[in-house]
Write a protein that binds this ligand. Structure first.
Ligand code: ARG
Ligand code: ZN
Length: 867
């Protein structure tokens, strides 16, 4: 049943043109399709088009309706045993958007029609060869009752008018070839925020963001982010927008973040709507990055798309790389890099250590929806980043230019992409290609020897990638390692490499082992390696804590400055978790942190990151077997110590950084709030009797949602009545704001206190809880399972049971969302045996359930597989 890359064959039939007509009714929509079909392979194969959950009305070829014997329709599609070489296929089907709770294909959200077709949703709209290498020109006619005021689809509006019986219509034409997964349709009563932008060649593009009535002011930030993205893509990649109109629609019920449909992006409203009162800085930041991401897809995804779904990283990894580069330019390179690496480690490194580890370009799958993973997105982006480091910025850009020129208007492959860089740079990238095909996180070790008399430093590198399911033997990869040296006082130390004097250099480790010798090293060196996290690997060095303190205080590479602090903290927490706290070094760490916080030249956003200890899930990845309770307690104990030690400094930060002027969501304002709120968070770890009042004061004084949520989290640490009352007030104040109520659910899901699990389960019976709305479900269930390890891994097993129950309930109507919830159980082998056994039992219960979707089945059985 698995689909394999090696089985790829070009499509048997192509469709050059299509005219679709939608006669929209909530429970019975008629879809008429008129396709210009042409045979694409020599031999006379039967025609086989996808189609699911379609009620067929008629099928005709060149105007003649086919009899039952001339065509068959089953659960998966339409077959016509003998079709001509070129013909017009007309089909008419009926679908039921109102009762489509899988939110795939055409469905209704908040009383409006909308679509989601990637990856395989178009087959739930009409009969079609639903694969990304069939590129067609679409004309779409939408008819609906006039109460559905806006009728939208891809491309340009070419006609609209009134119809009888209170209905109206609009006709859209998209001049660009596109695969079916980029099709979109929206119909409903919406408010619109309008703007425009003059492109690099002087064309005016109209920009429209459609939102729920009354919400237009909350789209202003997204509009601003869109204009900055459009400008940035012109400047950084020479890419101009192509249509005269660019539209975004926000919808409330959406399975993931957003979708890059040609000229008509559709967004989860949580990633579009924001104002200071209802959205946090983190929301603003994500909106900026997702608006950019979807916009950048216009070139890396839409104009050039994927030949098949194995090539998903061709558009996703590349587009994530582009949005990360944009965010770095908007918000600061070091801070952005630290955040991106945190996310990579938390999600992708975890994936690589579990049963679902897979290459950035996988070679087989059951359900492609299960492969929209951190590996394909985030590790895919890291590969592009390494490519740029290896080739240099100029050759990288030349390769991108060649790719855009050569493949515009086509569906292509990762090989074809890499070939552009080989040709543009003259380098051989065949070895580099292994990054796409080999799963797992390479472990790199570095040992050094300094020869004081000869003033040489020898660096011995080794790499090894642990086996992953289905890939027991690994090869060495080309790993770019950027490094520099400091002396014991933290001053930059120059050195010579291959006779060239350097401050910093990049070597490529492409063998299992390599040794290099630096000369002219005048003083005893401290090595700062893998600067800027130049490759997605786990690095271990022979650095001692005293060396890490040097880096923490002075490394000019801010990523490594942060990293040194994280490693020191990690080791202290793990020692505590193992029952042997190192109190001397804990004081030393607190002092070093105090000095970092008082560095006036450092960016507050950076200091906020320095102040945050490694997260519990990250710590669980480096403890074997993982004991989430022990980690939670050890981390808390270190927090308390730091809090007591740094108390006056934290209070100063908290009092001194208050927002005085008007709220600005930009990096600077957000950085100040982040530092202030990180200080508050740590202050609360000090068990002082006046904590509750302090946290309450912050909560009450909050003039924006960022501060209000920080106050609520602080009160969560206090617990008891103080937290209960704040939650009640918060709920009452924001009842009519779904996106804020999601936050209310999420904060309770994160509560690590022992009684919290009962409350989380109880919340599923709250009138505002709604499993059919993915945002609400994620706010409670996914937050609990992913961000509350102490309670999810409750020794009673109640956390696991709760998650499994939710998965099974949701799978009945929304398999994609149910499947996304399986992941927290997947790592069961990494946990201590008592917990692992309970997790496995829940996976077994899931896998044994009759009527399971393919999505959940694939993930549950892979998680259980012996390998
Ligand atoms: N292409 C979208 C994006 O990353 C995501 C689509 C997710 N689809 C899915 N079936 N998981 O921008
Ligand atoms: Zn994407």
């Amino acid at each position: 049943q698995a689909i394999r890359l090696s089985d790829y064959r070009p499509p048997a039939f192509l469709i050059d043109e299509v005219a679709l007509t939608f006669d929209l009714h909530p429970t019975a929509t008629r879809v008429t399709a008129r396709l210009q079909v042409r045979r694409n392979r020599e031999h006379s194969e039967p025609l086989r088009f996808n189609g699911e959950r379609l009620k067929p009305i008629s099928v005709a070829i060149d105007g003649r309706v086919l009899s039952d014997g001339e065509r068959t329709i089953d659960d998966e599609g339409l077959t016509i045993p003998s079709a001509p070489d070129a013909f017009v296929l007309e089909t008419e089907v009926e679908i039921d958007p109102e009762n489509n709770k899988a939110l795939e294909g055409l469905y209704m959200s908040g009383g409006r029609f909308c679509t989601q077709c990637e990856a395989e949703g178009f087959r739930k709209i009409t009969f079609w060869p639903d694969r990304p290498d069939v590129l067609s020109r679409f004309t779409v006619r939408v008819e609906a009752d006039r109460s559905f005021r806006h009728l939208l689809s891809n491309g340009n509006l070419i006609e609209q008018g009134e119809l009888e019986g209170g209905r109206h219509y609009a006709v859209w034409n998209d001049p660009f070839l596109k695969p079916s997964y980029l099709f979109a349709l929206v119909a409903g009563e919406l408010d619109v925020l309008e703007d425009s932008l003059v492109t690099m060649t002087g064309r005016t593009v109209e920009l429209k963001i459609f939102v729920d009535p009354g919400m237009a002011p909350r789209a202003a930030y997204a509009m601003d982010a869109l204009k900055r993205s459009m400008r940035w893509d012109e400047e950084a990649f020479g890419r101009e927008y192509d249509l005269d109109l660019f539209m975004i629609v926000a919808v409330r019920d959406f399975n993931f973040g957003a979708m890059e449909n040609k000229g008509l992006n559709i967004f989860n409203s949580s990633l579009l709507l924001a104002d200071p009162a209802t959205a946090t800085d983190a929301d603003f930041e994500r909106i900026e990055s997702v608006v950019a991401h979807e916009y950048f897809h216009n070139w890396t995804g839409d104009r050039i798309t994927c030949r098949d779904w194995f090539q998903l990283c061709l558009k996703e990894g590349l587009t994530v790389f582009r949005d990360q580069s944009f965010s770095a330019d908007m918000r600061g390179h070091a801070v952005q890099r630290i955040k991106d690496v945190k996310a990579l480690r938390a999600r992708q490194f975890a994936e690589d250590q579990g049963p679902l580890a897979h290459p950035v370009r996988p070679s087989s799958y059951l359900k492609i929806d299960n492969f929209y993973t951190a590996t394909i997105y985030e590790k895919g982006a890291e590969i592009i980043r390494m490519l740029k480091i290896l080739l240099g910025a100029e050759a990288f850009r030349a390769g991108m230019d060649l790719y855009f020129e050569r493949w515009d208007g086509h569906a292509t492959t990762v090989e074809a992409f890499i070939k552009c860089f080989e040709e543009a740079s003259g380098s051989d990238l065949s070895h580099f290609f292994a990054w796409y095909e080999q799963a797992g996180t390479p472990r790199v070790s570095l040992e050094s020897q300094y020869d004081e008399a000869a003033k040489t430093l020898t660096l011995n590198f080794a790499q090894e990638t642990p086996p992953t399911p289905g890939q027991p033997v690994k090869q060495a990869l080309p790993i770019p390692i950027a490094f520099g040296l400091l002396d014991g006082e933290g001053r930059p130390l120059r050195f010579e490499h291959d006779g060239e004097p350097q401050d910093e250099t990049v070597i490529v480790l492409d063998q299992p082992q390599a040794s290099i010798t630096l000369t002219g090293v005048d003083r005893f060196p401290v090595i700062s390696a893998l600067r800027g996290f130049s490759a997605p690997v786990v690095l271990t060095t022979d650095l001692e804590p005293k060396d890490k303190y040097v880096l923490l205080a002075a490394d000019p590479d801010l990523f490594n400055r942060w990293e040194a602090g994280q490693e020191l903290a990690r080791d202290l927490i793990l020692r505590r978790a193992a029952g042997s706290p190192d109190e001397v070094n804990e004081e030393r760490y607190a002092d070093a942190l105090g000095r970092a916080l008082s560095d006036q030249s450092a960016d507050p956003a950076f200091k906020a990151l320095m102040l945050a200890l490694p997260s519990e899930p990250d710590l669980a990845l480096v403890m074997s077997p993982a004991d989430p309770q022990a980690i939670h307690e050890a981390r808390d104990a270190l927090r308390t110590r730091l809090s007591v030690h740094l108390e006056s400094q934290l209070r100063e930060l908290h009092n001194g950084l208050q927002d005085l002027g008007e709220f600005s969501p930009d990096a600077e304002g957000a950085g100040r709030r982040a530092l202030r709120n990180a200080a508050l968070d740590l202050l609360l770890a000090n068990p002082r009797s006046d904590n509750a009042a302090y946290a309450h004061g912050h909560f009450e004084a909050a003039g924006n949602m960022t501060d209000a949520m920080a106050g609520l989290s602080a009160l969560m640490q206090v617990g008891g009545e103080a937290f209960g009352q704040a939650l009640a007030d918060f709920y009452e104040r924001w009842t009519s704001e779904p996106l804020v109520i999601d936050k209310w659910f999420a904060v309770q899901a994160r509560d690590p206190s022992e009684t919290a699990i009962g409350r989380v389960m109880g919340l599923t019976a709250h009138p505002a809880f709604d499993t059919k709305n993915p945002n609400r479900l994620r706010a409670l269930v996914s937050t609990f399972a992913n961000f509350n390890p102490a309670r999810f891994h409750d020794p009673s097993g109640a956390g696991y049971r709760f998650l499994a129950d939710q998965i099974l309930a949701v799978d009945r109507f929304n398999p994609m969302i149910a499947a996304r919830l399986v992941d927290p159980l997947g790592g069961w082998r990494r946990y201590k045996p008592e917990l692992g056994a309970l997790m496995r039992a829940e996976l077994e219960r899931i896998a044994a359930t009759a009527g399971l979707s393919k999505n959940v089945y694939e993930l549950a059985t892979r998680a259980l597989a012996q390998d």
